[in-house]
Design a protein around this ligand. Sequence first.
Ligand SMILES: NC(=O)c1ccc[n+]([C@@H]2O[C@H](COP(=O)([O-])OP(=O)(O)OC[C@H]3O[C@@H](n4cnc5c(N)ncnc54)[C@H](O)[C@@H]3O)[C@@H](O)[C@H]2O)c1
Length: 263
Amino acid sequence: MRDRSVLVTGAGSGIGRAVSLACARRGANLAVLDIDGDAAEVVARESEAVGAPRAVGIACDVAAEDSVRSAFDAAAQAIGIPGATFANAGIEIDGPLHEFELESWRRVLDVNLVGAFLTCREAVRRLVETASGGSIVCTSSPSAFVGFAGGGNSAYAASKGGLSAFVRSAALDYASHGIRVNAVVPGATDTAMLVSGVAAGSRAATMERIRTSASEQIPLGRLARPDEVAAAVVWLLSDDSSYVTGTNLVCDGGLMAKSANDF
Ligand SMILES: NC(=O)c1ccc[n+]([C@@H]2O[C@H](COP(=O)([O-])OP(=O)(O)OC[C@H]3O[C@@H](n4cnc5c(N)ncnc54)[C@H](O)[C@@H]3O)[C@@H](O)[C@H]2O)c1
């Protein structure tokens, strides 16, 4: 990754932050994008502190076409055209289908699926124009492949199912350009997203409850740490995975390998 230019969306916290720091430690230049511009700036400074020669924080809403285009322009100006892009920004809004607001459904699809499309499109455009190969990784979810037993997950599942299908198709379209497109499929990971739908005052207690359930339900006996998911993403972003494209790399502690049947 040394002196490579890497762009990460949703990089202000959680998995995106961990990937930014992991790339920075390997000497990459970083464009750290987040809808929360202050958080992006903080992670950019952290990235330089751990080894990035240059890191820039950019406020960007991945669901907004102009915002994504200008963020890629700003990134190219600051660190050069990104040869590696991590389309990671995502949100989760849960609720029973019969009560679900159209506005919430649209926002989940807009951020998770349209956002990945806009991010990948800007990345691919520049790589095709400059005839340089590259690597793109999107963040999918087990919900792309299996239903969550907790329920109420239809919008998020639809967005991630669409994303995993999109990745396969885009990988085929750009293989001849030397552009690889893959998805990482993190299992339950210890980030703010796990309690994003919970009232602020109950988040710590809910997180503890989730950690306890994880120790009972996940074969490896715990939630993933963001840096464990980051290790898989860095591999996909780097030339170490030079023969891998169109895949969904599952990093879930064995969750999807397990049937709930116990008889
Ligand atoms: N945490 C998990 O258990 C888990 C499991 C599977 C997949 N994922 C996926 O991992 C990705 C990262 O989530 P995380 O767990 O690190 O959560 P997180 O909430 O810690 O990080 C998400 C980041 O995305 C940013 N963001 C939200 N909307 C945005 C937008 N419109 N434009 C740009 N940035 C935006 C947020 O500000 C935040 O910094 C998401 O795509 C999520 O769906 C998470």
